[in-house]
Structures are given as structure tokens and as C-alpha cells.
Design a protein around this ligand. Sequence first.
Ligand SMILES: Nc1ncnc2c1ncn2[C@@H]1O[C@H](COP(=O)(O)OP(=O)(O)OP(=O)(O)O)[C@@H](O)[C@H]1O
Ligand SMILES: N[C@@H](CCO)C(=O)O
Length: 272
Amino acid sequence: MALDRPADVVHVEKADRTTIEVTGVGRQYIPTDPDRNVVGAVAEALDAPAHIRIDKGVRPSSGLGSSAASSAAAAVALNELYDRGLSREELVPVAAEGEAVVSGEPHADNVAPALLGGFTVATDDGVTTVDADIPLVACLPEIAVSTRDARRVVPSRASIEDMVHTVGRAATLAVGMCRRDPELVGAGMDDRIVTPARAELITGYHDVREAALEAGAEGVTVSGAGPSVLSVCHASDRTRVAGAMLEAFDETDVAARAYKTRVGRGAEIFDI
Ligand SMILES: Nc1ncnc2c1ncn2[C@@H]1O[C@H](COP(=O)(O)OP(=O)(O)OP(=O)(O)O)[C@@H](O)[C@H]1O
Ligand SMILES: N[C@@H](CCO)C(=O)O
């Protein structure tokens, strides 16, 4: 799903060849070489060379889709700058080319919601979108978890009992998104296959989860490949849940920041 915040801001100006400048959170970990930055691949896919300035609001390797935030923003901005006339749906495979730069293959998991907004389901057959609106807290600890490691720990086999449980919860989550119901979405976050393995890479995860639930969260899980921890709650509990998550990370000596957020509308154009 798209998050209303944090967000990247991407500025584009026409140029003869693509050059990149990066400021903001985690800029020291992000290459400016167009062959290694996701926005370089997007500019190439659209045949739209530009001077691209990225102001990062989404820290890289956060589990919040940092690379997808830049890819989607660049795709929307360059499509507009060069009048390419592509729809948001048509920009999904373009922005996915940016993801291929970091993960080796183009995938739409994160760029689809960043372009289309709401809750999206990306499969090999295409993308389905729900105009969801759910209050959230995304808590990002100062821990590095590489997507590669987080994929390595996922078990290659699962019991039929765990499959039945997890698929049932996933269906519940999708219904909850359609109904804009935080309780159903929260119940749907109880995955028994991937999350337990990934939780072990996040210091303090179990305490943070317990603290969020005690403070009123309806469900808590690892965001993406981690290390961010995501809570679903009612808007009236959001500040308390954010405080409880930060305190629990602090008690395990892990610095963290919390974003009080909600499902977002996806990339927006600003004329400056
Ligand atoms: N514009 C960009 N923004 C962020 N990361 C970028 C960008 N261009 C290249 N990268 C590289 O991509 C990697 C971060 O992507 P990665 O998929 O690991 O994390 P993430 O985007 O936070 O997402 P996920 O939710 O998939 O874990 C870093 O190695 C970073 O240097
Ligand atoms: N959804 C992917 C991360 C997306 O970059 C995963 O969980 O491995």
C-alpha cells in the first residue's frame, strides 16, 4: 500500500544527458551514477534525459519502499516533463525498471501503490487497486536489514496448516482494505510463514509489537522486508501507539523514528 508519509521529492529539468543529485535521509548510501540509481533506469526507459534532484524522505533499506518512492516519482515527473502521455497504469512497468537496478529483476510490489495510491495487489497478471483509507504508524529503527538477507531467511516450505491460516488472513486483510476497517486489516496481518522468520532480524520486534497492541493497535507486522514495523490502528489511538513503539525500541537500546501516517494517494505533481 501507499503511505501518505514519509515521501521523496524529485525535481526534474530537461538536459542532454541524465545527471543525479541526492539530498535528504540516507543520501550517503545512494549512488548518483545514473547506471546505479533507480531514477537513471526510469529516465532511460522513458527516453527522457534530465537533471534529476532527489530529496529523500524515505530512508534506503527501510522496508518502506525507498527505491520505489524515487522510481515512481521520477516516472510521473519525466512523463509530464516530456509529454509522454502514459497513464499511471502504463507507468508501472517503467518504474519497475528502476527496481531492477537494485533487486536484479523488475517488480511492481512497491512501485504500483506509489504510482496508483491506495492498497494494491501486484501479481504476474497485473495490478488490482483498492481505494483504501486506514490509519497507520510506521516505526523505523536505526537498524540495517538488507532486502537480500530478509529474503534469504524466508522458508522455502510451509505446512498446509500455516498456509491455510496465512491465506485466510490475507483474504481478511483484502476485505478489510475494501471496507476501510482497521480491525479486519489488523487481523489480516497475522502471517505465520514470512513474518516470524523476518522478525528475528529486527532487534526488539516482539516487545515493540506487544507494546503497540497494548496501546490499541489492531495489528502489527514487519513492513516489506523490514526493519520498519507497521501498526494499523484507529486514528484516535495513533499517537499512543507511536509513543509505545518508540519507547519499546528505546528500552532495547535501539534508536527509532515513528511516522504517524495513513494509506496515501500515491505520487503527486507539484509545479515549481
Ligand atoms: N533513488 C534511490 N533511492 C533509494 N535507494 C536507491 C536509489 N537508487 C538506488 N538505490 C539503492 O537501493 C537500495 C535500497 O533499496 P532496498 O530495496 O534495499 O530498500 P527499500 O527501497 O527501503 O525497500 P524495501 O521496502 O524493498 O525493503 C540501496 O542499496 C540504495 O543505494
Ligand atoms: N515485498 C518484498 C520487498 C519489496 O522490495 C519482500 O518482502 O521481499
